[in-house]
Design a protein around this ligand. Structure first.
Ligand code: ACO
Length: 356
């Protein structure tokens, strides 16, 4: 029996495949590197949804644009309730307000996730929501709604690359959670909300904010070794490193590093990040010899989203905005199997005779 389900195959999927030894991610039959930065988020969503969502391939830009508008009409009245919540908590509140039984529920979920991410970041600062522009690209519109200011083509491209990079990733903790909920036939929006709840933790999608905290605390390259070594001596985990499946470099890291490199004025930032990364790998190998810990997606996520001016509390909501397309696809795929996911536990408590 495996505690943590490390080697358990809990589902069959046509959506994505993670090869942890080769450092390869396949999404809807394509290597990540073929898609991220080359195919728009809407089109990758349509590829992922092909055969699962009706009309997914017909005008995915219009489909998601309309969905953002539909979502905004439902979510905007809830803006006053975002005060006092972190952005990811605000996003959870907003998505939880949506009905399960709704036409085009997959598109609504993705449209709503984009609107909710932007709204929740603004709401946490007491700022009013900004309405979507259905004619804009999904990534460009999310960033514009979040900052209420124009977005350059390069910035839109960088965020689009990010959303594609995180769109799906095998049976990670949040996708598994979404599939468990979908397996009870609870509905697609419920599965998406459950996915978000699982994503939120710092061992999963909550890591990129702490990555930036770590980089800030290190401050300069000269401090990196001592800072990282001290953190590990205290038993802390280095955020942005390690992965349950990858035993080599997470392929998403380089895709995101390339995307940051295309943004203006990021050369010094990338040089700093590369130096910290190299030092962290040395420290990890020294402190955890043979564990094969390498960089994961969250390290360059933090650098990319920071370069786009996204506040660090907004990193996880944006991750969720991209991953919702994957959660929705997995929820539909799972619901189609009509077999509930129900593993077993090993009882280690007292037996009645002993407890008496
Ligand atoms: N820093 C320091 N030590 C680590 C790290 C890390 N980042 N990651 C793993 N380890 C240690 C573990 O404590 C364990 O030590 P032990 O054998 O002495 O007990 C050993 O390395 C092996 O751990 P694994 O079994 O490989 O890790 P696991 O699969 O349990 O955890 C996880 C994976 C949660 C991602 C972990 O690497 C981690 O906490 N990383 C930091 C947080 C992070 O970056 N999360 C984002 C992951 S990507 C994503 O979810 C989108």
């Amino acid at each position: 029996m495996t505690i943590g389900l490390d080697d358990v195959v809990a589902a069959e999927t046509s959506l994505s495949h993670v090869d942890g030894e080769a450092g390869r991610l396949i999404i809807a039959g394509h290597d990540l590197e073929e898609l991220a930065g080359h195919v728009d988020f809407e089109d990758v969503t349509a590829m992922l949804w092909d055969g699962l969502v009706a009309n997914a391939a017909t005008g995915p830009q219009a489909l998601l644009g309309e969905a953002r508008q539909r979502a905004y009409a439902r979510l905007a009245p809830l803006a006053p309730q975002l005060a006092g919540l972190t952005p990811v908590e605000g996003m959870r509140l907003l998505l939880a307000s949506l009905p399960d039984a709704e036409e085009d529920h997959a598109a609504l979920a993705v449209g709503a996730a984009g609107v909710a991410a932007a709204m929740a970041v603004r709401g946490a600062k007491g700022l009013a929501p900004v309405a979507p522009d259905p004619s804009a690209g999904h990534a460009a519109d999310i960033l514009r709604m979040m900052r209420d200011a124009p977005v350059s083509e390069g910035e839109a491209k960088a965020l689009d690359t990010y959303l594609v990079t995180v769109i799906d990733h095998g049976l990670n903790a949040s996708t598994f959670t979404a599939r468990v909920v979908a397996s009870t036939q609870a509905g697609l929006l419920s599965a998406v909300v459950a996915g978000l709840c699982a994503l939120k933790g710092p061992l999963h999608g909550g890591a990129p904010g702490p990555v930036l905290d770590m980089l800030d605390a290190i401050g300069s390259i000269g401090n990196a070794e001592a800072w990282l070594d001290d953190a590990m001596a205290r038993g802390e985990r280095l955020m942005g490193f390690g992965h349950r499946i990858y035993r080599v470099r997470d392929p998403r890291a380089d895709v995101l590093k390339t995307a940051v490199g295309k943004l203006k004025g990021q050369d010094n930032r990338i040089a700093f990040a590369e130096a910290v990364e190299a030092t962290a790998l040395t420290v990890l190998e020294r402190r955890k010899p043979g564990r094969r810990l390498d960089i994961n997606v969250e390290f360059y996520t933090a650098i990319l989203l920071d370069a786009l001016g996204v506040p660090r509390e907004g990193f996880t909501p944006l991750f969720a905005a991209g991953r919702t397309a994957g959660w929705a696809a997995h929820a539909i795929e799972q619901a189609g199997t009509s077999r509930i996911i129900r593993p077993q536990s090993r009882y280690v408590g007292a037996w009645p005779a002993q407890a008496a």
